[in-house]
Design a protein around this ligand. Structure first.
Ligand SMILES: Cc1ncc(COP(=O)(O)O)c(C=O)c1O
Length: 428
């Protein structure tokens, strides 16, 4: 059989990686031949339960036949068309469906092709909408420990030091208010008020990951904070951007996490699960009020002149529509509640093992920390390697172990995931 790893290392530079780790074989680099349901399968036929939904994207399992069919049909019909001056049925259908499902008031849909780009769009729209109203407000406020992507605007908005520190000289100025996941809620709200007051008339928007700061070690907070944040944004006349890229499409137990707070943001970003995890596509949803701020004669210079070559790619839109077909079956969220409870039960068993702490869960996202290790111990890498040996894909964030399985995971697979994780943690 081909030595795929050697061939890979000859040319490929992997994301979010120190390549020397692969060359030295400190980190596994596993060639995957195919996917099937909740499993990734290597060239020796070994099956790995994808407990992280392949970077949080997969909803209904790998190679789901309904989505595969939709992609094939669309590819044979119209694979791509420039989206300025042209339109197509898949994008129209998707926009209709998403605006019907999204929190009230988000009636306008702008397409891009990955999560970070959707964030760039939201930031630019927020700034530009205020500018079109005659206000120059170049600042974004986010939460400490937040993550919004890796492109420069998204990185500036985020606050995970590991990714941001080095590029700080390249980034536009933002401010952070305390995350309610890391202090008590009243303190977080007071801090947001303080930041908005200090930067009064400078801030165009506050951006938040509703309920779970996923890349921020799966830090979680309550819906009540979002309600208070919505009120603060209204009080200070700033837009609220909900980044539901990781938590959207049912991950936290409701279709969108904002629903649990009963709020509507002014802008909302979606990607990852949007296509069921098949293709890169993203959306920035906006209110009519924001849309209207740009709507004028071309010569007035108010237009939103942002684009990507693959904006609203028809095959990506077809995958998204097929994924929405599967989500439309009302039983998905109800079944997930049963599965989430089973994960909760499994976590209780893991909690009995010494050296674990901070158990937390929102719907189909669950996490805990292993204690007693420093960052240099890279305990997460050890856990990931042990999990692979046992046929499970885990990818801890530092000392945080988390589960975010595809929704088709079975009760038996959840039990195996929890039992195996317990065994690994015991052996550390
Ligand atoms: C909340 C959140 N926003 C934005 C992004 C960036 O998305 P992408 O990786 O598609 O650029 C991510 C990615 O993990 C995310 O979790």
């Amino acid at each position: 059989m081909k030595d795929f790893v050697a061939e890979d290392l000859a040319h490929i530079w992997h994301p979010c990686s120190q390549m020397k780790d692969y060359v030295d074989r400190n980190l596994p680099l596993l060639p995957i031949e195919r996917g099937e349901g909740a499993y990734l399968i290597d060239y020796d036929g070994n099956r790995y339960l994808d407990a992280i939904s392949s970077w949080w994207v997969n909803l209904f399992g790998h190679t789901h036949p309904h989505i595969v069919k939709a992609i094939c049909l669309q590819a044979a019909k119209l694979e791509q068309v420039i989206f300025a001056g042209f339109t197509h049925e898949q994008a129209i259908t998707l926009a209709n469906r998403i605006t019907a499902l999204a929190p009230r008031g988000l009636n306008r849909v702008f397409f891009a092709d990955n999560g970070s780009s959707a964030i760039e769009v939201a930031i630019k729209m927020a700034f530009h909408a205020k500018l079109n109203e005659g206000k120059t407000r170049p600042m974004i406020v986010s939460l400490t420990n937040s993550y919004h992507g890796e492109t420069l605007g998204a990185l500036a908005a985020g606050d995970v030091d590991l990714y941001k520190r080095i590029y700080a000289p390249l980034l536009f100025r933002t401010a952070q208010a305390k995350s309610p996941a890391l202090c008590n809620e009243a303190e977080a709200i007071a801090d947001m008020r303080r930041v908005l007051e200090i930067n009064r008339d400078q801030v165009c928007a506050v951006i938040v990951e509703p309920l779970v700061q996923c890349a921020g070690d799966m830090a979680m907070f309550d819906p009540s904070y979002l309600k208070a944040l919505r009120a603060l944004c209204d009080e200070f006349g700033v837009f609220l951007i909900a980044d539901e890229i990781a938590v959207g499409f049912g991950r936290t137990g409701t279709l969108f996490a904002c629903e649990q707070a009963g709020i509507s943001p002014d802008l909302m970003t979606l990607s990852k699960g949007l296509t069921g995890g098949f293709l890169p596509l993203s959306l920035t949803l906006a209110t009519n009020a924001i849309y209207d701020a740009f709507y004028d004669d071309y010569a007035k210079g108010k237009s939103f002149l942002h684009s990507h070559s693959y904006t609203a790619n028809p095959i990506g839109c077809a995958a998204a529509n097929a994924s929405l077909d599967l989500l439309a079956d009302g039983s998905v969220l109800a079944t997930n509640r049963i599965k989430a409870q089973r994960i909760a039960d499994g976590l209780k068993l893991i909690a009995q093992i010494g050296g674990t702490a901070n158990f937390r869960q929102r719907g189909m996202i669950a996490a805990f920390d292993v204690t007693g290790f420093s960052a240099n111990d890279r305990v997460g890498v050890r856990i990931a390697k042990e999990a692979l040996k046992r046929g499970i894909v885990l990818r801890p964030l530092g000392n945080t172990v988390y589960f975010m399985p595809p929704y088709i995971v079975t009760i038996d697979e959840i039990d195996r995931l929890c039992d195996t994780t317990a065994e690994i943690v015991k052996g550390l």
